[in-house]
Write a protein that binds this ligand. Sequence first.
Ligand code: MTE
Length: 318
Amino acid sequence: MKFIPDCHPNEVTDEDIVRHRRRFLKNAGILATSGFLPGCDSRAEEKAQHNQKPDCKPYNLLCEEVTAEKYATSYNNFYEFSLLKDGPARLAKDFNPHPWEVKVAGLVEQPGTYDLEKLIAGLPNEERIYRFRCVEAWSMVIPWNGFALHHLIRRLKPLSSARYVAFETLYDPNRMPNQHRHVIPWPYREGLRMDEAMNELAFMATGMYGKPLPNQNGAPIRLVVPWKYGFKSIKSIVAIHFTDKQPVNSWHQIAPQEYGFYANVNPAVDHPRWSQASERRIGAKASLFNPRIKTLPFNGYGEYVADLYKGMDLRRFF
Ligand code: MTE
């Protein structure tokens, strides 16, 4: 059996390879010692057994159980379609995300309205297996397909005066029927500081589980920011705006005392109405003794992102 990942040398650093070897060896150890320890991601085992090239990124969760696709695609937050978790899968069924245009504006060298397929053509496609932690204290582990956001930003060439990037979801009540109701101030908006957006982990998903993104998960393109609460991961994006001012983000606009701009996953800072110290992993078998799992600072991605917030009081900038 081959448990050492066979990465292309240009794609990874020596350190990446060592880390992955460790993880794969750990994998092998767990396999050898039966089911006593929590099971590794069967996808990693499968890939290793079939001698497939694993996803050699140190932050890819090869050893964590991936949430079953049926949960990730039927337990959703997408207020443009429904406020119920099972609503978007039913009510977005007939939404047609093709063709799709994205407007690029603000402090950028390449403003314009682009056909999505042309805008992202040729950007390096990859799979990222990320934890996804909602501010409501549930979580999943999802294999996304897409590209790192920094590739797109580099293509658009923001001016050096751009300090933030803002995103907007489609506003079209005829296609997103819940927008007929004033549930939130439409369109849904989100934003990142430019250094956050350029971080290797910030991702634009166009697919999940190796398939095009389902409508209920934000087709045809959405943001995925794995170290932040899920509401930052805006769906069905039609506008990208580069700016020197902190952009409005919908949940902060709705309830500023409850939802911040940064929204970094932080077990030490509770939501005013519930604890953020632990979470419920959707679809996972709950143990009688431990039905919840501990929430990790930055959702477990601190080694890649904590530096972005050096010197900041994360209670104040929550
Ligand atoms: N984007 C838009 N446009 N509308 C939304 O209601 N909900 C957010 C985020 N992006 C939302 C959105 C919230 S609160 C979460 S937790 C995630 O999407 C849920 O993503 P999922 O349904 O793919 O799990």
